[in-house]
Design a protein around this ligand. Structure first.
Ligand code: F6P
Length: 396
């Protein structure tokens, strides 16, 4: 059978195990010889015990577990050609020419580069006598399929990345817990949530937690914001839920007079009889000049201007932990199976794909198209071109 390997790379996320399991079982079902690569790209570079046979039973009882049982890493060695040369040797030596990478955009970009370089890496290995001319001939094409595993939902080309839904569950459990103590003391709580430079987690958190104010790397919505949102899920959730007092859409930072509107909003809620306030601050929140807005900055404003009793809670890696939600388990299963099908159908000319969610369909999208689009959003934000950033996010 064909040699097929799966690895997880970058920050872990809930649902990665479901995806690994699906890859292994679909691969076996289709007659492949399947391998795990442990510790991400580092394991591929180091070889040895990091590349192990996978069988049906080895992925039993992992679907409900958070994180990734095969380990993950952010690998510096794989960024160098020397590291990729070692990785190529380790794959060819085991007859692996099909690779499933579960990770974020950096990991998927690395996978694409590896594929592009593959034949020159094999040339070098053959010249050095590390592999035989027959091996070079037989394993001459590397096929790659990607899946986006990340809690951030920051990848263009898919409606939901694996792990986002579970992270939202973690966040909302924490906020529900905070609300009872905030209520008792009539306090204001500032919650810092993850998401790197993407506003998805903070915005959706704001919507479903009745937060009074949300700081995300982006700004308040225009009238027609649902059409402009980065993906359908957020638009639908937000449209159905009107409890939030104030939300910011991605890619458009808060105006620089945010202190005024924040204080007005909080004061108005308290005078209407509300006993607490919740403010969501994205870890990547910025103002329109690109300057970070931290939870401490917000606290200072609230305490100085309103004298509200205020506390900060940083949710941190709790958001990435715990069991995956049903949604992420299903997503991992579907994407894993589709990735293997894509590999088995690949021809030497096919471009590597990312398995994405489009509405409720698992589809294949050219990997580099997604990576380029995701980079373009970052570029637009760096240039403070919020309108363009929203537009690019909107065409997933
Ligand atoms: O990309 C996932 C993520 O959790 C981000 O939300 C966060 O910015 C980052 O990873 C944290 O990275 P680390 O786990 O290396 O601290």
């Amino acid at each position: 059978g064909k040699g097929l390997a799966v690895l997880t790379s970058g920050g872990d996320s809930q649902g990665m195990n479901a995806a690994v399991r699906a890859v292994v079982r679909m691969g076996i079902y289709l007659g492949c010889k399947v391998y795990f690569i442990r510790e991400g790209y580092q394991g591929m570079v180091d070889g040895g015990d990091n590349i192990q046979d996978a069988n049906w039973a080895s992925v039993s009882s992992i679907i409900h577990r958070g994180g990734t049982v095969i380990g993950s890493a952010r690998c510096a060695d794989f960024r160098k050609r020397e590291g990729r040369l070692k990785a190529a040797y380790n794959l060819v030596n085991r007859g692996i020419t099909n690779l499933v990478v579960i990770g974020g955009d950096g990991s998927l970009t690395g996978a694409n580069l590896f594929r592009l370089e593959w034949s020159s890496l094999l040339d070098e290995l053959a010249q050095n006598g590390k592999i035989t001319p027959e091996q070079k001939q037989k394993y001459g094409v590397l096929h790659i399929a990607g899946m986006v595993g990340s809690i951030d939902n920051d990848f263009c080309g898919t409606d939901m990345t694996i792990g986002t839904d579970s992270a939202l569950h973690r966040i909302i459990e924490a906020i529900d817990a905070i609300v009872s103590t905030a209520y008792s003391h009539q306090r204001t709580f500032i919650m810092e949530v993850m998401g790197r430079h993407c506003g998805y987690l903070p915005v959706v958190t704001g919507v479903i937690s009745e937060a009074d104010y949300v700081f995300c790397p982006e700004s308040p919505p225009p009238y027609d914001w649902p059409e402009k949102l980065c993906n359908n899920y957020l638009a639908v959730v937000t449209a159905l839920t009107s409890e939030a007092d104030y939300v910011f859409i991605p890619e458009d930072p808060v105006p620089n007079d945010w202190q005024i509107s924040l204080c007005e909003k909080l004061a108005q809620e308290r005078s209407a009889g509300q006993r607490l306030n919740i403010i969501i601050v994205a870890e990547g929140a910025i103002d329109r000049d690109g300057k970070p807005i931290t939870a401490e900055d917000v606290k200072k404003v609230v305490v100085e201007k309103l004298q509200q009793d205020t506390r900060i809670t940083v949710l941190g890696h709790v958001q990435r932990g715990g069991n995956p939600s049903a949604f992420d388990r299903v997503l991992g299963c579907r994407m894993g199976a589709e990735a293997v099908l894509a590999l088995m159908e690949a021809t030497p000319d096919s471009v590597p794909c990312v398995v994405s969610l489009d509405g409720n369909q698992a589809i294949r999208v050219p990997l580099m198209e997604c990576v380029e689009r995701t980079k373009a959003v970052a570029q637009a934000m760096a240039e403070k071109n919020w309108e363009l950033a929203v537009k690019l996010r909107g065409t997933s």
